[in-house]
Design a protein around this ligand. Structure first.
Ligand code: BGC
Length: 775
């Protein structure tokens, strides 16, 4: 259960609110109150620092895509294992602002705190703290801090602190720090947490400081990137100032005369620029320019801009649930964190934990294509496109990886990575998940179906789809019965590894091969110049598309006629079932309590596998198929992966298990707020956050998109009075609102849209923008 009940009690549909400093929940709340803009991520630790017990905090600032690399140490190695790990770095802490009342340091964990409130407002994007503090010797101050990470300028973080003495006069000292003496979290026994590195990772090259400006120029040891972290601090009252350097730590001290009722304002702007984005020689100048521009605007103008950006976001992406505030809060919180986490420059992607913590080392997984990509495709398509651009940028690495893996042709995308190289050190649950190729192709097909963006397909998408399809004909083979089989892969379920004919993989590969052949034909007939260019770049043989079709048509899709279910793979159903009755709750997640072989030997799933195929390839299955598969696999699934319950919710809704649909949905919707997986302190679960949205649109909304045709089949959970969500489709923006009287579709942008309500065709136009269907 939640260690964080203070947040739940105070459920507010637009805000996250903490009403007392809480060392027990501090580590977790650092994640929940984290701010980000897809590039910078700053954990929610106070600017004054934290003096609580050891192990209750991991302050951190992260830059999406900025990483150090390290050789992976295998005591026993093998050919073509991933050689180098990349991990997201904890970069200098620029938010430090300590306040001294004479010589007493402001610290909410000492003295007495009254009227405490920390809020993250999802409409303004501001993290705010207000409190009245009485120091141990009786000095009272009103303290207010506000913080934002700009959606407008990816390099910028801004803080404003206001300190008002209540009952004393004298001096207040403000100490602003730019602290480069930071480290990453060291890995413990949990493979999902931390990195192998200990000690400082950034070498200091130079530093600059004066009474206002401070900058650290640093370099990573192995990946060779330069980083400039800089701050510009403004104290709004007459003061004396000094600045100093202590190794990689820059300190500016402002001594301000204090009088009761006279507020002291401190504004600090901070920026991060790295040589992943710009030439080294430009970094310092760019930092100065960004900070000067920010100071010119001022904190309030930046705050207004942030609110405007969010108003636009919510106008096109808000999901409303009428009837449950805690749930409403969870849904918006998830959407907000996705927006904060997603890279949108085409060079970065979205990490499993976003930029909120070090879990999974800042790596990108298939989580993007299968869970998060649809969220952006239907809510902010321009960001979805950037996620695809990232894969385009990684095609050369994927080609190299394919050669390492002995594939003469084609491209194999890495299971986990930051810059494009395979970083998975445990291949049975890593590299063996070849389905990543089909997942990427699936997202490209979705993008094409829903946007019709032919330019992107011609420029980038087609080549990715065709190069990745080649891997299937490379690893697959024809068996004695004339079936096309794919051996020795791992499907999505990581409690089963290195199997033959994983259903999900084969079915997704089949669709991928067909799509690749269709794309090749389309280019050949409609865009011959593009076809010629791509065919030359990949040395495409003339008969390859036909070979792809043959393999797809003969693809073996395991099915057990006796049970009437799709087999997860060739061996799954002949394994012994896991003994759930004798497994105490503290033995979950199984991965932390049993050797992988013990788990692999059993029928037990970490997450949706066949059941995920039921969603992604929905129109291939009858409702009865879906129900039987759901029943069978639900009984052997632990949902130890946070990627599981949202998918079970969606299929439960489809097969008519309304209670289960609701319960699984609720597990997903507040997963991080209630810390139901017990590890949110290391970062939010971005795939599950997107899964919440999928649960509303695909689950209760019954939305399915096949070859560009959209169908809705909404149901209203008994617990809700109504719900509504938005969908960007074919250049239009549609609102779908469901209540007891039926479903109302409203065209908010665009000329006209066609879709199905259940089996009935519906057309809405600007002239006739609203259409209602009875339940
Ligand atoms: C899941 C994977 C997922 C990874 C990162 C693992 O626990 O089993 O499917 O890609 O987490 O979220």
């Amino acid at each position: 259960m939640s260690e964080n009940s203070s947040l739940r009690c105070a459920a507010d549909p637009w805000r996250l609110r903490e009403t007392a400093p809480d060392t027990a929940a501090h580590f977790l709340n650092e994640t929940l109150f984290a701010l980000g803009n897809g590039y910078i991520g700053v954990r929610g630790t106070g600017e004054e620092g934290y003096s609580g017990p050891a192990g209750t905090s991991m302050d951190g600032t992260y830059l999406n895509g900025f990483y150090e690399s390290e050789p992976i140490q295998y005591p026993e190695t093998a050919y073509a294992l991933a050689k180098t790990n990349q991990f997201m770095l904890n970069v200098p802490n620029a938010k430090g602002i300590a306040v001294y009342l004479e010589d007493e340091r402001f610290d909410p964990l000492q003295g007495t705190v009254e009227a405490y409130e920390r809020t993250l407002d999802l409409r303004t994007g501001i993290l705010e703290r207000t409190l009245r503090w009485t120091s141990p010797s009786g000095r009272i101050v009103d303290y207010r801090s506000r913080r934002l990470v700009s959606f407008d300028n990816k390099h910028l973080l801004a803080l404003h602190v206001q300190v008002t003495p209540v009952n004393f006069a004298g001096t207040v000292r403000i100490v602003a720090t730019l602290d480069g003496a930071v480290k990453n979290l060291e890995a413990g026994d949990d493979p999902r947490v931390g990195s192998a590195i200990s000690g400082p990772t950034l070498a200091l090259l130079s530093a600059e400081h004066d009474e206002r400006f401070a900058a650290l120029v640093q370099r990573t040891h192995n990946s060779g990137f330069h980083l400039v972290s800089a701050t510009s601090t403004h104290v709004g009252t007459a003061h004396d100032a000094t600045s100093a350097q202590d190794g990689p730590r820059l300190v500016q001290t402002y001594t301000v005369p204090a009088a009761p009722g006279q507020p002291i304002h401190v504004t600090k702007y901070a920026s991060y620029h790295s040589s992943r984005d710009y030439p080294e020689g430009e970094l310092l100048e760019r930092s100065r320019a960004v900070l000067a521009q920010a100071a010119n605007k001022g904190f309030d103008a930046l705050a207004q801009r942030q609110a405007d950006y969010l108003a636009d976001f919510w106008a096109q992406a808000d999901v409303q649930i009428d009837g449950d505030d805690a749930l409403q809060q969870g849904i918006r919180f998830n959407a907000y964190h996705l927006l904060q986490s997603v890279g949108r420059d085409g060079k970065t992607n979205i990490a499993a934990k976003g930029v909120t913590g070090e879990g999974y080392e800042g790596h990108y997984f298939w989580d993007t294509e299968i869970y998060i990509f649809p969220y952006f495709l239907y809510n902010k398509p321009e960001i979805a496109r950037k996620l695809l651009d990232y894969r385009w940028a990684g095609l050369a690495s994927a080609r190299r990886r394919a050669r390492q893996m002995s594939h003469e042709r084609g491209a194999l995308y890495p299971w986990r990575t930051i810059a494009g190289e395979e970083c998975s050190a445990y291949f049975p649950a890593g590299t063996a998940q070849y389905h990543i190729n089909a997942d990427i192709a699936y997202s490209i097909k979705q993008y094409w179906d829903v946007t019709g963006d032919i330019d992107w397909l011609r420029a980038s998408g087609a080549e990715i789809v065709m190069e990745t399809a080649r891997i299937w004909t490379g690893i697959g083979s024809w068996d004695r019965k004339g079936r096309f089989v794919i051996n020795e892969v791992t499907g999505p379920d990581e409690y089963t590894a290195l199997v033959n004919n994983n259903y999900y993989t084969n079915a997704m590969a089949q669709q991928h091969l067909r799509f690749a052949a269709t794309v090749a034909d389309k280019l050949a007939t409609e865009y011959p110049a593009d076809h010629a260019r791509i065919a030359a770049a990949m040395a495409l043989a003339q008969d390859e598309p036909a070979e792809w079709r043959r393999a797809a048509d003969a693809m073996y899709l395991p099915y057990d006629a006796e049970l009437g279910i799709h087999e997860q793979d060739d061996s799954f159903l002949s394994k012994k079932r896991w003994d759930f009755d004798s497994t105490p709750p503290d033995k979950y997640p199984l991965l932390l309590n049993y050797h992988p072989m013990v788990i692999y030997r059993h029928q037990v799933c970490k997450q949706a596998d066949v059941v995920l195929a039921l969603l992604l390839l929905s129109d291939r299955f009858t409702l009865e198929d879906k129900r039987r598969d759901f029943d069978y696999y639900e009984a052997v699934t632990t949902h130890d992966s946070s990627l599981s319950s949202c998918i079970y919710s969606i299929i439960a809704a489809e097969v008519g298990y309304q209670d289960k649909a609701y319960d699984y949905f609720m597990e997903t919707a507040r997963m991080d707020l209630d810390d139901t997986h017990g590890n949110t302190r290391y970062g939010v679960h971005t795939a599950a956050m997107a899964g919440t949205w999928l649960g509303v649109a695909y689950g209760f909304g019954g939305m399915r998109v096949a070859d560009g045709d959209v169908r809705f089949a909404p149901t209203l959970p008994a617990q809700w009075r109504s719900y509504r969500f938005h969908i960007h489709l074919h250049g239009c923006l549609l609102r779908v609102a469901v209540d007891a009287r039926g479903t109302t579709y409203t065209l908010l942008r665009g000329d006209a849209l066609r879709f199905h309500h259940r089996d009935k065709p519906v057309v809405i136009t600007q002239q006739n923008a609203t259409h209602t269907e009875a339940p």
